[in-house]
Design a protein around this ligand. Structure first.
Ligand code: APR
Length: 184
């Protein structure tokens, strides 16, 4: 499924983020940039040790929740990995929504500054960090849609959803956003 926002595409696909043919992929990291399971584990395992060697050297203090940093991509076919830290879900009253929004905005800004024409996101915070999938879908997609409307870049932003449940939740949210975006 995809929608068009000005000259940009916002697309959903089901699969593995390490296998995408894009300029940059986004990692759902932790604030120590210490690696982990899920997307983080898949990216470091497919990309090789050079990614963490670089983030350890360039970002010794890690990355705060809601912020993002960029590295090269080791053995992956993309040029860059953008590492962002989504919020841990704590019931929704501890700023989770703003922090998730900011993780997406800061990742998009880094991609924009590095002239990435295409970018792939996972469903940040919806695994180990426990953010409810339908709320994450709505917030994440709306944040990206607003960025594309304002900056008219990158030309392609893909969400790579790992399973059918995530794909379904994001499809539902994207249909609602398409109805709003038609008036932009
Ligand atoms: N490609 C795309 N999506 C994936 C992949 C993959 N290879 N592997 C897992 N996912 C999906 C999960 O199903 C989930 O919906 O990515 C989403 C995010 O899950 P997590 O990777 O657990 O990320 P998050 O919830 O943000 O938690 C971050 O987990 O791995 C640790 O170091 C990481 O501490 C950090 C925490």
């Amino acid at each position: 499924m995809r929608i068009q926002i000005n000259d940009c595409s916002l697309q959903l696909t089901q699969g593995d983020i390490t296998q995408q043919n894009v300029d940059a992929i986004v990692n759902a990291a932790n604030s120590q940039l210490a690696g982990g399971g899920g997307v983080d584990g898949a990216i470091h395992s497919a990309g090789g040790a050079s990614i963490m060697e670089e983030t350890d050297r360039r970002y010794p203090d890690g990355c705060e929740t809601g912020q993002a940093v960029i590295s090269s991509a080791g053995n992956l076919s993309c040029k860059y990995v953008i590492h962002t830290v989504g919020p841990v879900w704590n019931g929704g009253l501890r700023g989770e929504s703003d922090l998730l929004r900011s993780a997406f905005q800061n990742s998009l800004t880094l991609a924009f500054e590095h002239h990435c024409d295409s970018l792939a996101f996972p469903a940040i915070s919806t695994g180990v960090y426990g953010y409810p999938m339908d709320l994450a879908a709505q917030n994440s997609l709306m944040t990206v849609a607003e960025f594309l409307r304002e900056h008219e870049a990158p030309s392609l932003v893909k969400f790579v959803l790992f399973d059918a449940g995530a794909y379904g939740a994001f499809s539902y949210a994207l249909e609602n956003i398409a109805a709003v975006a038609i008036n932009w």
